[in-house]
Design a protein around this ligand. Structure first.
Ligand code: PEP
Ligand code: MN
Length: 350
């Protein structure tokens, strides 16, 4: 950390800061410039707790933090990226994860058709929510335990791992036997009790970016899961709240590269929730793959016009298939390994 002093700071004020740093176990080193004095502080700044204690000292202009406040999820030496194994699926590293399925499990038939479309398109993981976090309390809230049974059937049918949203720590026990990846939704990104409860199961955790979360807040939330001893964390960019109403959210594709520079965790993109619009899913999927994301998650529905949740953004099975073929080609071109099941399905991946 560096403490920048005000240009008019006196020697007594500079001394006051060096003493305060020393009292907190840090080693100060004063550099006097023509305009102002800066004081470097070396040591365990995290042990201090709240660094803003230094900003209220007399003569201090600002504090500049050098090391990232997150440790376990921070990028590793040589930028080695982590790979997470979820059943037969590999996520991160040079792999490419394709997650698809219904936004919500609505009926056995709808889930079966949506999951069949996902599997045919080469999904490595199926999605299908049974508990929904809706903006309105009157909107469809998911089928709960009955939905979990339907999801378990689809998981067994295709032999693919499944991801589903968990809303509350009390749901973890009921879900743990079916779900392979616990998804923490945008509205729960900083629900640290929920993050801890999921991460203690040892299963993978997908952490969506909060509606208005900065990348640092997102990575610090991931650090909560990591600090419970589970590094099987997948980050998911799903758009953020901005002033622009043309899309449901503003999909922040630059976040993918920023996160990959700052963290070793895989980062995937959800263009369905990121845009809220079926016509934007294909272009944003391809843009995200070209931008180097570690995977994509897409909503598919056999009858979007009848969907109880998020119909306008769901692709039809045929649309998913067409997009997936282009997506896998692009992923291969980007140097990603394509699962054998996709390569053998005859897509031209040359
Ligand atoms: C979802 O993926 O179904 C979902 C609710 O997304 P988010 O938490 O990003 O809004
Ligand atoms: Mn949804």
């Amino acid at each position: 950390m560096i403490v920048v002093m005000q240009p008019e700071a006196t020697e007594t004020e500079i001394e006051g800061v060096t003493e305060a740093l020393t009292r907190h176990g840090l080693q100060p080193s004063v550099s006097r410039g023509a305009e102002c004095t800066v004081i470097g502080a070396i040591g365990d700044v995290d042990a201090v707790g709240d660094l803003s204690v230094f900003s209220i000292l007399s003569g201090v202009d600002k504090l500049v933090r050098i090391s990232a406040p997150y440790k376990l999820v921070s990028s590793r030496e040589g930028h080695r990226r982590s790979t997470i194994r979820v059943g037969p699926a590999l996520i991160g590293g040079t792999n490419f994860a394709f997650i698809a399925g219904p936004c919500a499990v609505e009926t056995p038939e709808q889930a079966a058709e949506a999951c069949a479309a996902a599997a045919k398109a080469g999904a490595t993981v199926l999605r299908g929510d049974v508990y929904k976090h809706r903006t309105s309390p009157y909107a469809f809230q998911g089928l709960g335990a009955a939905g979990l049974e339907i999801l378990a059937e689809q998981k067994a049918r295709f032999g693919l791992p499944v991801v589903a949203e968990v809303l509350h720590p009390s749901e973890v026990d009921a879900m743990v036997d079916v779900v392979d990846i616990f998804r923490i939704g945008a509205r729960n990104m900083q629900n640290f009790d929920l993050l801890r409860a999921c991460s203690l199961t040892g299963k993978a955790v997908m952490l969506k970016r909060g509606l208005s979360a900065t990348i640092e807040e997102w990575l610090l939330a991931a650090e909560y899961a990591a600090s419970s001893g589970n590094l099987n964390i997948i980050l998911c960019e799903r758009g953020i709240r901005t002033f622009e109403p043309a899309t449901r959210n503003t999909l922040d594709l630059s976040a993918v590269s920023v996160v990959q520079q700052k963290s070793h965790l895989p980062v995937i993109v959800d263009p369905s929730h990121g845009t809220g619009s079926r016509s934007l899913v294909a272009p944003m999927t391809l843009a995200a793959v070209a931008g180097g994301c570690d995977g994509i998650m897409i909503d598919v529905h056999p009858h979007p016009e009848l969907a109880r949740c998020d119909g306008p953004q769901a692709l039809l099975p045929d649309e998913l298939q067409t997009l997936a073929e282009r997506m896998w080609q692009l992923a291969a071109w980007m140097g990603r390994e394509v699962p054998a099941s996709v390569a053998s399905a005859g897509h031209d991946l040359g």
